[in-house]
Design a protein around this ligand. Structure first.
Ligand code: FDA
Length: 320
């Protein structure tokens, strides 16, 4: 679907607003705005509690999907809050470890201390790696804005040498990802390939374009030819059809993941063709940035958000 320049500018503005910590705090602390916008967020998040996340995860597992669960949050600059987030993740891993199927836990390192210092995030990551190693649980580090890419790569490379159950997300929109992927082939962790959600300057990244789609396919081809474990994380139907033509999707080390609430129809179609398919689920109270990104990526979602705010139904799970 093509959008006008005006709509694309509004989407860019929303992505910039998403990173404004004052707006985020204002909404989270507002007794009027928080519950109202939560209704719009609920299309994309499972709920505010771990129990809600685990319940949806079990429902999806029973339908034959893989699941990845995130306790949502980022840019945490308070030590106690980082420690609480880490404890929440330990509890989540222990509960997901009881699932009969293997599952994944995903997180932003800036939720786990990166906004304070690298060592803290590294230490917490290793603690989670050690906990997850007892079970069939994979940890996936999310990728944040480009100012943090070096730090995130550095922490991943150090930790994965001790815990091979840790994987990393790479954004195809960054020009540097061509070199980064070459280097990451030397490490065992799974790579989750995404286009990139953050608003970046044209000095470092492609915008949504044919050039970005070509870079996505080129990076994916590198990973597939190297037989590296990879998650194809996109809702782009055109790209997925191209991957089917290239016979990329039925390989043992390849899976397709989509965000909860987006293109369930397409994911279901792939699952029915025996492609390994996974749903990325989130829970928690810090959904503001996540909601902004989901609306900015597909501006008609603003109408869905308005509808969701004025209705009470939560039937997204039935689409899978
Ligand atoms: P694109 O944005 O070009 O959209 C292609 C088509 O998909 C659209 O035309 C529309 O049909 C559909 N679509 C896309 N988004 C939609 C939406 N919100 N609502 C409805 N339809 C939509 N990013 C990041 O920077 N760091 C990270 O760690 C992650 N992690 C991550 C994990 C997983 C499992 C997924 C699927 C995605 C991420 N992302 C991410 C987000 C990612 O970078 C990207 O912003 C979104 O996936 C949207 O990009 P698409 O690849 O879908 O293509």
């Amino acid at each position: 679907m093509q959008f006008s320049a005006e709509v694309l500018n509004a989407a860019r503005a929303l992505k910039n607003l998403a990173r404004n910590e004052q707006v985020k705090t204002y909404i989270q602390e507002s007794p009027e705005l928080y519950p109202l916008l939560l209704k719009a967020a609920q299309r994309y998040i499972t709920g505010e509690s771990r129990e809600e996340g685990l319940l949806k995860a079990q429902q999806l597992l029973s339908k034959g999907y893989r699941v990845s669960l995130e306790f949502i949050g980022e840019n945490t600059s308070n030590r106690e809050e980082c420690a609480r987030a880490k404890d929440e993740y330990v509890a989540l891993i222990n509960e997901m470890g009881q699932f009969p199927q293997s599952s994944t836990v995903s997180f932003d390192l800036s939720h786990l201390g990166l906004s304070i210092n690298r060592q803290l995030a590294y230490d917490y990551l290793c603690e989670l790696g050690k906990t997850a190693k007892q079970y069939n649980v994979t940890l996936m580090i999310s990728m944040e804005e480009s100012a943090k890419t070096d730090a995130i790569l550095d922490i991943y490379k150090r930790a994965v040498q001790h815990y091979s159950n840790i994987g990393l997300t790479i954004q195809a929109h960054l020009y540097r990802s061509v070199q980064d992927i070459q280097e990451l082939l030397n490490y065992p962790g799974k790579i989750r390939l995404v286009k990139g959600a953050y608003q970046e300057s044209t000095e470092v990244a492609f915008g949504r374009s044919e050039a970005l789609n070509q870079q996505y396919l080129a990076l994916l081809t590198t990973l597939i030819e190297a037989k590296h474990p990879v998650s194809i994380a996109t809702h782009d139907e055109g790209l997925i059809r191209e991957m089917i033509t290239r016979e990329f999707l039925n390989k043992k080390h390849v899976e397709v993941e989509m965000l909860y609430g987006i293109r369930a129809d397409l994911l279901k179609e792939l699952k029915n063709q025996d492609v390994k398919t996974g749903v990325y689920l989130t829970y928690g109270k810090e959904w503001y940035l996540y909601l902004c990104h989901r609306i900015a990526e597909f501006p008609p979602n603003v109408y869905r958000a308005l509808n969701d705010i004025t209705s009470d139904s939560d039937t997204e799970i039935n689409s899978y």
